[in-house]
Write a protein that binds this ligand. Structure first.
Ligand SMILES: C[S@@+](CC[C@H](N)C(=O)[O-])C[C@H]1O[C@@H](n2cnc3c(N)ncnc32)[C@H](O)[C@@H]1O
Length: 246
């Protein structure tokens, strides 16, 4: 598929994102976040979602927790579902434009791994520290190396969604700890685009160090989708973070 133009990440991919995710069970994922919220929030809590994408989870969470704002730095992603009545703000998680505090902030599906440097991670955690209410909680998942190792040899898939087609080249550079997805997207009117997505696979301990540095506290770190302890061997871990009050 010849390339016509290189696009910013999650710009043209928005056409096919929900197709790309068809094997992901958003009900299970949402249930897990709701279970975490049940322990850490109340019905009246203020919720903020970071990197909400096409807002499929936000729509479901919003039915239980009405005070919710969904954010993402990709306007095309946030505009895919025009029917929902969510409060949405298009912004980077590294520069959150809010003056009020939140009780529950969440970020799902490897979105944290899009932050390329430890400096960016610290910036995020510092933003969270200033936006979290005293007893508030920030929960996010992070993809660890065991989730990437099967891609040390490049894998290629192709699919179609909603009149658009796409090819995905998926590979992991173990030395640089960078997981790359290259997408070639052909949209319904025949235009062709390329997006290169790079995700940094941080070491398990890095999260603990940087969270502490930003004045936050790891309350729990679960093995993904469970309430058992996570470890460096986990494929995905789920952090539950609070403010460090001492
Ligand atoms: C894998 S998608 C996950 C989307 C959504 N959470 C879901 O579960 O479908 C990653 C999302 O992160 C967003 N993203 C990446 N870096 C970001 C940043 N610095 N600030 C805000 N959003 C970001 C992308 O636009 C994209 O929507």
């Amino acid at each position: 598929m010849p390339v016509i133009s290189e696009s910013r990440i999650y710009n043209k991919l928005s056409y096919v994102y929900d197709g790309l995710m068809k094997s992901v069970d958003f009900n299970v994922w949402t249930r897990y976040i709701l279970d975490i919220a049940k322990i850490n929030a109340t019905k009246n809590s203020s919720f903020l979602e970071l990197a909400a994408g096409t807002c499929r989870m936000a729509v479901k969470i919003n039915t239980v927790y009405p005070d919710l704002i969904a954010t993402d730095f990709s306007l095309p992603m946030m505009q895919i579902d025009k029917k929902n009545s969510l409060k949405k703000v298009c912004c980077s998680m590294l520069n959150l434009p809010f003056k009020t505090k939140f009780d529950f902030i969440y970020c799902t599906f490897d979105s944290i791994n899009y932050l390329q440097t430890k400096k960016e991670l610290i910036t995020l955690f510092s933003e969270i520290e200033s936006l979290l209410d005293g007893d508030g909680v920030f929960t996010f998942d992070a993809s660890l190396e065991n989730n990437s190792l099967e891609f040390t040899e490049e894998q290629v898939t192709e699919d179609k969604f909603d009149g658009n087609s796409f090819k995905r080249i998926n590979c992991y550079d173990k030395e640089k700890r960078i997981h790359t997805n290259i997408f070639y997207i052909k949209n319904a009117d025949g235009k062709k685009y390329k997006e290169v997505h790079k995700q940094k696979i941080y070491e398990f301990e890095t999260y603990f160090n940087l969270i502490n540095k930003a004045g936050l506290l790891v309350k729990e770190c679960y093995d993904g989708f469970t309430f058992s302890d996570g470890s460096p061997e986990s494929e995905r871990v789920q952090f539950i973070i609070g403010k460090n009050k001492v």
